[in-house]
Design a protein around this ligand. Structure first.
Ligand code: ZN
Length: 310
C-alpha cells in the first residue's frame, strides 16, 4: 500500500507517493492558483492527487492514507486549520474535507512540522528521538520533535522560533513585533542585507556576484572567492544565526539540530562556523553528549515525506 503526502505552500502545492520503505516514488507540483474559497482549494488539491495517480499509473485502491502539511496553525487532533498564511482562508476543516474528496483518512499538520517529521523519520535526523529542524528561507520556520513526536503546544502553533525577540526595538517584522530573529538570521535577511550594501556600492565585488546569482547564495559565493565585503557580511550573519542556534540547543538539547532551506546546500560552509560557535558558547560545551548540528538531507521532499508519514 502507498501513502499520499501533500505539501501546501503559499503559491504552489506538491503531492507525492510514498511506499512502505519510506521512499518518495514520485511527485507533482502545481500552482495553487487564485483560490478564493476552501471549496476551490480542496478541489485543486484533489485534482492534483488524481493527476499524480494517473501519471504514475497507481489505482486509488492502493492508497491507504494521506497527510498534508499546511502553512498555518493546525489542531492536529481535529485536523482544523485556524488560519492559512498567504491564502487568507480561515477555519478550514482540512482533515474532514480532504478525506471526503480523496476517500482515505487524512492527517493534517503545519508544514514546518511535517518537514521536521520527514527529516526525523527518513532524513538527516533519522532514528533520533528528539530534533529541532530550522528552515532558513524568507523567514525561519521550525519543527520540534520530542520523544519521537511532533511538539504542537496547546494550540498547534508551537515552534515560531523565528519570531522570538532577538534585538529589542530592532528591525520591523511582518508579525507586528520588532527585532525578530528571522529578520537577522534567515537567508532572506542575508539577501536583503547584501542588496542594501550594494545599493550604495554598485561597483563592489559583491554587487557583481549579486547581479549574477542573486540572494544569499551570491554572498556565500563571493565570500568563497575572497570578496572582503561578502566575508564581513557573512561574518555578521553567522554571529546572528549562531547566537540563535546556540539558544535553541540550550533550550531543547535535542539529539540533532537540522538546518534546512536553500542555504543548507552550502553544507560545511554553513555548518563549520556554527559548530565552532556552539563549541565556544554552548552552556553544555563540555558535556560528553551534545547536539549534532547537520544540514537537511531531504531537500524539498521533506514536507511531502513527512506529511505522508504523519
Ligand atoms: Zn516576527
Amino acid at each position: 500500500m502507498l501513502k499520499l503526502g501533500i505539501d501546501l505552500g503559499g503559491t504552489t502545492v506538491t503531492a507525492g507517493l510514498v511506499d512502505e520503505n519510506l521512499t518518495l516514488l514520485g511527485s507533482l507540483t502545481w500552482d495553487t492558483g487564485a483560490v478564493a474559497s476552501i471549496d476551490a482549494l480542496e478541489t485543486r488539491i484533489a485534482a492534483l492527487c488524481d493527476a499524480l495517480l494517473e501519471k504514475f499509473w497507481v489505482p486509488r485502491t492502493r492508497i491507504e492514507r494521506a497527510g498534508i502539511g499546511v502553512p498555518g496553525a493546525v489542531d492536529p487532533a481535529t485536523g482544523v486549520v485556524g488560519m492559512l498564511s498567504n491564502l487568507a482562508l480561515t477555519d478550514w476543516r482540512a482533515a474532514e474535507g480532504l478525506s471526503a474528496r480523496l476517500g482515505v483518512p487524512v492527517r493534517v499538520d503545519n508544514d514546518a512540522n511535517a518537514a521536521a517529521y520527514g527529516e526525523v523519520r527518513c532524513g538527516a535526523a533519522k532514528r533520533a528521538r528528539s530534533a529541532v529542524c530550522l528552515t532558513l528561507g524568507t523567514g525561519i520556520g521550525a519543527g520540534i520533535v520530542l520523544d519521537g513526536k511532533i511538539y504542537h503546544g496547546v494550540n498547534g502553533a508551537a515552534g515560531e522560533i523565528g519570531h522570538r525577540s532577538f534585538v529589542p526595538d530592532g528591525r520591523a517584522c511582518a508579525c507586528g513585533r520588532r527585532g525578530c530573529w528571522e529578520r537577522y538570521a534567515s537567508s532572506g535577511a542575508l539577501a536583503l542585507d547584501a542588496a542594501d550594501f550594494c545599493r550604495t556600492r554598485p561597483d563592489s565585488g559583491l554587487a557583481r556576484y549579486l547581479r549574477q546569482t542573486g540572494g544569499a547564495q551570491a554572498v556565500f559565493d563571493a565570500a568563497q572567492a575572497g570578496v572582503a565585503d561578502a566575508q564581513l557580511l557573512l561574518e555578521r550573519y553567522f554571529g546572528w544565526l549562531g547566537a540563535g542556534v546556540v539558544d535553541v540547543i540550550q533550550i531543547f538539547q535535542p539529539e540533532v539540530l537540522v538546518l534546512g532551506g536553500g542555504v543548507s546546500r552550502q553544507g560545511e560552509r554553513l555548518l563549520a562556523p556554527l559548530r565552532a560557535m556552539a563549541d565556544e558558547q554552548e552552556y553544555t560545551r563540555d558535556a560528553r553528549t551534545r547536539t549534532k548540528i547537520v544540514c537537511a538531507a531531504l531537500g524539498g521532499g521533506a514536507g511531502v515525506l513527512g506529511a505522508a508519514l504523519l
